[in-house]
Design a protein around this ligand. Sequence first.
Ligand code: KIV
Ligand code: NA
Length: 265
Amino acid sequence: YKRVTTKSLIEMKANGEKISMLTAYDYTMAKIVDTAGIDVILVGDSASNVMAGHETTLPITLDQMIYHASSVVRATQRALVVVDLPFGSYQSDPKEALRSSIRIMKESGGHAVKMEGGSEIKDSIKKILHAGIPVMGHLGLTPQSIYKFGTYTVRAKENAEAEKLIEDAKMLERIGCFAVVLEKIPAQLAQKVAESISIPVIGIGAGGGVDGQVLVIHDMLGMNNEFNPRFLRRYMNLFEGMTTAISQYVTDVKSKDFPNETEQY
Ligand code: KIV
Ligand code: NA
């Protein structure tokens, strides 16, 4: 396989080819996602929710992100692996942000980092980029700021927030980010951003007018019954499928159907 690079993503946008991205947090899942031909695997801090069962993304640590990311990197041959900088690992100052990014690159083997925010973290992003580490931006509904927002509803519906988002996206392009995620904002605004910058805009709940799409793998496979936002398309109902399989196993063990004559030595 020829590895997807930050450069090839920018070329994909230039050629009008949409970019596919999904999360993964462990070796087995990442192997499946990579084999299926995904362009980008995001080791998201959504691991805090789907892997660890926390209510928000805030509790996950840098060490835990590095553990997830190194498992994913070992599984992939083709996808570009982007790793979220977790809450608390980059907000204090640019030096801390660089130190955290270097740890991710050295200890996990990931290919790029992603961080939430615009003008507030500009100096940190610049410092990381100067060290040769590619940065993906993330604007709109940035879950690490959930306690500031107070709600998971659509962001940037009002002019002031929309204008800042556009300015932030342009700034991220100007200082050298290779892509930006836009989460849960009006489709029209997302399209406008995608049309006004030349780096790829990857959307989640941001409509079809952007350059690529990202979903959380557990959500799109239907492993999670309780999360039902409008933007989520479920490609399987694995919760039901797996529950049925597991309860059948329980039944077979109890009834002594499993193991049978051929399933033993
Ligand atoms: O952590 C994550 O899964 C993300 C995506 C939703 C963009 O940041
Ligand atoms: Na994230």
